[in-house]
Design a protein around this ligand. Sequence first.
Ligand code: ARG
Length: 300
Amino acid sequence: MSVRIYRQVHELQGFSLKNCPAMEAPSGVLLCPPDFYQVLAVKNPFMSGHVGAVDRAKARRQWEALREAFDAAGCPVSLIEPAPGLEDMVFCANQSLAGTRPDGEKVALLSAMRHPSRRREVASFERWYEEHGYRVVKLKGVGHETFEGSGDAVWHPGKRLIWGGYGFRSDAGVFAQVARAFHAPVILLKLVNARFYHLDTCFCPLNSEAVLIHPAAFDAASLELILKIFPIVITAGEPEAVSKMACNAVVVGARTAILQKGATSVANRMLALGLGVSEVDTSEFIKSGGSVYCLKQFLF
Ligand code: ARG
């Protein structure tokens, strides 16, 4: 089983998606109720101007509607208990990456968060995974390097292949351990625009052949990699990629895209690809730099 890391298109010689082993679809999602959600310090460009400005009651209503949207799309929801003082814990994408190994074993790789204020979130997830039959894997010897879980490590739909993003919250050096943890190759993409600080803000696989991206978030070598692997690449323009976080969408059950409402051109392109579109309002969470994808962890 190859656990190579690919950074340049010429390295992909001999690699093909067809030869990539199949990977099971997620069995559901993990969400964290927004009891303690707030914007307290500016950690990404979305947060500036929003410190202390979250409407908590509205955030709760939006989160409940998101939970219902997963349910309605046939995607079972599990919950992790929110912890006081951890205002970003609601963004379940970041503390870990869950997946399976080729033998079917469920694995959760724990993150090394960039911001000290988020590091305490990880222990709650470690406990949750231990109680739910996952082998928990920790990064070793990473020093100052960081890794922010499925925010920067995205499974290719249906394939044993991980797309890794680095440059702001995760370091390129950690992905060898990501590949080893899951026995899956990683294609590394460099993020070059601070607004798109996690891979999940600018890269959203829609199915095994199609991906939604915001091109200005990547360097040229990364765009080449994306174009080499995905026969269909649709793009989100700046307004929808920023104000609607349109690339922070999630496809569940291989047929329903859940995304921020008002990302009209992206939604139309999804419909044209034959996906169902379920629109939700995550505006209170976009104030913190997160939308649908960030608010969940795929479980297996
Ligand atoms: N305020 C959070 C942070 O900056 C938002 C995280 C959003 N998560 C994501 N996967 N993009 O850390």
